[in-house]
Design a protein around this ligand. Structure first.
Ligand code: SF4
Length: 386
C-alpha cells in the first residue's frame, strides 16, 4: 500500500508575559503577575480544541518544529514545558527535530538551562540585544552585559550546540567601533546562529511616541554602513546571511522560521499568535483576558479568521517572504505552484539598478536590494501577471 505523504507543520506557542515592557517592543505581552497553572490549562484547552479544526484542514500532518516565543517564554519553568510537550506528544503527530525556546538572560540560571535541555528543548534563541551597557540602558533592558556573559558560559557548559544570539543594532549612541566590538565579543561564544535586527520605531510604543517616526540619531548612510559591517564581519568568518536579518553556520539555519519564509504551513497558539494552513490565515486576538474567557469559560477557540488566501495572495506572500532569503524565489515555482509570472521588463529595471540578481531561474536581492526589500516587493507585485 502506498504511504500517504504527511504535510509538515511548524508549531509556535506565544508566551505573552514579560518582567518589564521594553519601550521599543510591539509584540503582545504584559508585565503582570501570571500563573503557570492557568496558562497551562488554557493552552491545553486550545490544543485540545484546535486538533479537530487542524484535522479538518489537513488530515495527515506531522509537526516538525516547536518554537516557544514571546514575550518571555523562559519565565516559565522546565516542568511547565515538560508537561506541555508531553501533552502535545500525546494528542498530536509530534516529532520535532528542532525545539526552540526564546530566552531572556535575566530569567536563566545554570540549573534551569540544564533542565530545559534535559526535557528536549534543543535550541535557545537568546535575547542579548547588546553587549554594551549604554545600549542595554537605552533599550530599557533589565539585564547587564556581565549577566549575559555568565549565561552564555552556562549555555556552553550545559552542552547546547544549537543556539542563537539575537541583537538589535542602530540604537542611539551606537557607533561603528561599538558594533565591531559587539561582533567580536559575540563570536567568542561560538554561536552557530546570530540575528541582527535594525531598531525600528513601531507605532504604539513609547519609543515611537518619544522619537516620532524619524530616528534622528542615526543617518541612513550610517545605518547602511552598519549593515555592511555586520555582513562583512560574519561572512568572512564562515556565517551565511541566509535571511535578511539572520546569519548561520551551515546546517544551523532556524528550521522553524524557514516555514514562514518559505510559505509553509504553521500553527500558532496563545494570544496574538497567527496561523496559516492551506489557504486559511487566522489569529488569536492579542488579549489575554479574551483568550482566557474563550477557552476557560466558554470552551471555544479564541481565533478570528483573517482571510482565505487565493492564488494571487499566496503568490504575493511567496515574493514577500521568499525575497528575504538568500536563495530568493524561483520563477518556475511562481509559475507552477502560484500560476503567476513577473514581467521581464520589471526584472530588467531592478537588475539595471543592481537591486536583484537573476540566476538559473531564481531571483534574489543584492546587498543594496536587501536595504530596499519592501519597495522591491511592492514593485514586483505591481508587475505580477496572473
Ligand atoms: S522582553 Fe522581549 S517581548 Fe518582552 S517587552 Fe522586551 S523585547 Fe518585548
Amino acid at each position: 500500500m502506498a504511504r500517504v505523504k504527511k504535510e509538515k507543520i511548524a508549531l509556535y506557542i506565544h508566551f505573552p508575559f514579560c518582567i518589564k515592557k521594553c519601550p521599543y517592543c510591539n509584540f503582545y505581552s504584559v508585565a503582570a503577575l501570571y500563573s503557570e497553572k492557568t496558562y497551562a490549562k488554557a493552552l491545553k484547552q486550545e490544543l485540545f480544541l484546535i486538533k479537530s479544526f487542524l484535522e479538518s484542514l489537513v488530515k495527515n500532518y506531522q509537526v516538525v518544529t516547536f518554537y516557544a516565543g514571546g514575550g518571555t517564554p523562559s519565565l516559565f519553568s522546565p516542568q511547565f514545558f515538560e508537561d506541555l510537550l508531553n501533552f502535545i506528544s500525546k494528542h498530536f503527530n509530534f516529532s520535532p527535530k528542532e525545539l526552540t525556546l526564546e530566552a531572556n538572560p535575566e530569567t536563566l540560571s545554570f540549573d534551569k538551562i540544564k533542565a530545559y535541555q534535559k526535557i528536549g528543548l534543543n535550541r535557545l534563541s537568546i535575547g542579548v540585544q547588546s553587549f554594551c551597557k549604554k545600549g542595554l540602558k537605552f533599550l530599557g533592558r533589565i539585564h547587564t552585559p556581565q549577566k549575559t556573559y555568565k549565561i552564555l558560559k552556562w549555555v556552553l557548559q550545559a552542552g547546547f550546540t544549537n543556539f542563537s544570539l539575537d541583537f538589535i543594532f542602530g540604537w542611539k549612541g551606537q557607533g561603528e567601533k561599538t558594533l565591531k566590538k559587539e561582533l567580536v565579543k559575540a563570536l567568542e561564544f561560538g554561536p552557530p546562529h546570530l540575528s541582527f535586527y535594525e531598531l525600528t520605531l513601531e507605532p504604539g510604543t513609547p519609543f515611537f511616541k518619544n522619537y516620532g517616526s524619524e530616528k534622528f540619531w542615526i543617518s541612513e548612510k550610517k545605518l547602511i554602513k552598519f549593515y555592511k559591517i555586520i555582513e562583512e564581519f560574519l561572512e568572512s568568518r564562515g556565517y551565511e546571511r541566509y535571511e535578511i536579518s539572520n546569519y548561520s553556520l551551515k546546517g544551523f539555519e532556524c528550521q522553524h522560521n524557514l516555514f514562514y519564509w518559505k510559505v509553509k504551513p504553521y500553527l500558532g497558539l496563545g494570544p496574538s499568535a497567527v496561523s496559516r494552513i492551506k489557504h486559511l490565515r487566522w489569529e488569536n486576538p492579542p488579549t489575554l483576558k479574551f483568550y482566557y474567557k474563550k477557552l476557560l469559560k466558554n470552551n471555544e477557540l479564541p481565533l478570528r479568521i483573517i482571510e482565505t488566501l487565493d492564488e494571487l495572495s499566496l503568490a504575493k506572500e511567496y515574493i514577500l517572504m521568499g525575497l528575504r532569503l538568500k536563495e530568493g524565489i524561483s520563477l518556475g515555482v511562481l509559475k507552477r505552484i502560484y500560476k503567476a509570472t513577473i514581467s521581464s521588463e520589471a526584472l530588467k529595471k531592478l537588475k539595471s539598478k543592481n537591486l536583484i540578481k537573476v540566476k538559473a531561474g531564481k531571483i534574489f536581492l543584492t546587498f543594496e536590494g536587501k536595504l530596499k526589500h519592501n519597495q522591491i516587493v511592492s514593485f514586483l507585485w505591481d508587475y505580477l501577471n496572473f
